[in-house]
Design a protein. Structure first.
Length: 255
C-alpha cells in the first residue's frame, strides 16, 4: 500500500462548488473549471485569477466540463449540453476560439491532444482524430462502451470505459488503431478518470476516495481518504494535482 493522504500542499478554494477539472498548459499555470462560464488560473502565490470565459450556449448549456491542454497552450473545452468542443487560442491569450465538430452522430465524452490534432472519444464508442483544418477521421472503435476518460501516453491512448465494472483500454495511435484491454490482477476496477502522468498510469476512484497507480498489472494506492477525487494532472516538479470534487478543492500530492 502506498502512503496515506498527503498533509502538505493542500489548496482549498472557496469559490469552487461543483466540479474541478485541471490541466497544465506549457506556462505551468493550473487551470481550473468550475462548471460555470469561467476558467480560473492558479498563480504560484496561491491566488486565483480569471483566465478566460466561454460563451454560454442556451438552452441546454450546463457550464464547462473537461478541459485539455495542447503543447502550445491551447485549451480544448467540453461544454455540458453541447456536442462539439470549443478550442481557446493561447496565442491570443484565449480571446479567440474555434469549434471542433464531433464529425459523427454522437457527442464528445472525452478528449486529449496528439500534437496539433485533437483526439475525440464519442458516446458511440468512436474515436476520431480532428485536424486544425476542420477535417476528421475515425481511428478506433469500442462499440457499446461508454467512455468516461481519455489520455495520451506516448504513442498510445488510454481509454477508461464504464459499465457494471470499469475497463481500461490501450489503443495504438497507428492507422490500425488496435485495442487491448488492461485488466489489473486480483481487483475489480472501480475508477472514473485515467491519466498518464510522469510516465506512469494513474486512476481516480471517486467512489472509493482514492488515487491509484497502475504498475504492470498491479494497482497501488498512492492516496486515500479523498472526497470524490476526479481529474488528475501533474506539475513540472512531479507533484500530482487532484480535483477533489467532494470538498470543492484542489489537492496536491507531493512526489
Amino acid at each position: 500500500m502506498g502512503p496515506r493522504l498527503w498533509k502538505e500542499g493542500t489548496i482549498h478554494v472557496a469559490l469552487i462548488t461543483l466540479v474541478l477539472v485541471i490541466t497544465f498548459p506549457v506556462i505551468y499555470a493550473l487551470i481550473v473549471s468550475t462548471r460555470t462560464e469561467e476558467l480560473w488560473r492558479l498563480d504560484a502565490d496561491g491566488r486565483y485569477v480569471l483566465a478566460t470565459a466561454v460563451p454560454s450556449q442556451p438552452p441546454a448549456y450546463g457550464g464547462t466540463d473537461t478541459i485539455a491542454a495542447a503543447e502550445n497552450g491551447d485549451l480544448a473545452v467540453r461544454l455540458l449540453g453541447h456536442r462539439d468542443v470549443l478550442v481557446l487560442d493561447k496565442a491570443s491569450d484565449y480571446r479567440k476560439s474555434r469549434w471542433v465538430p464531433s464529425g459523427d452522430a454522437g457527442a464528445v465524452m472525452a478528449m486529449t491532444w496528439d500534437g496539433a490534432d485533437l483526439i475525440l472519444a464519442l458516446d458511440t464508442g468512436s474515436f476520431r482524430r480532428a485536424h486544425a483544418d476542420g477535417s476528421s477521421e475515425q481511428i478506433a472503435m469500442l462499440p457499446r462502451k461508454p467512455i468516461a476518460s481519455l489520455d495520451r501516453c506516448g504513442d498510445e491512448l488510454l481509454a477508461l470505459t464504464t459499465g457494471r465494472t470499469a475497463q481500461l483500454w490501450r489503443i495504438t495511435l497507428s492507422p490500425s488503431g488496435e485495442e487491448t484491454v488492461i485488466q489489473p490482477d486480483h481487483e475489480r476496477l472501480t475508477a472514473n478518470v485515467v491519466a498518464c502522468l510522469n510516465g506512469s498510469v494513474y486512476l481516480s476512484d471517486s467512489h472509493g476516495g482514492r488515487v491509484l497507480r497502475l504498475d504492470g498489472q498491479q494497482l497501488t494506492e498512492v492516496a486515500t481518504g479523498l472526497h470524490h477525487p476526479g481529474e488528475l494532472t501533474a506539475g513540472p516538479d512531479g507533484s500530482i494535482y487532484v480535483a477533489e470534487v467532494g470538498r470543492g478543492a484542489v489537492r496536491r500530492l507531493l512526489p
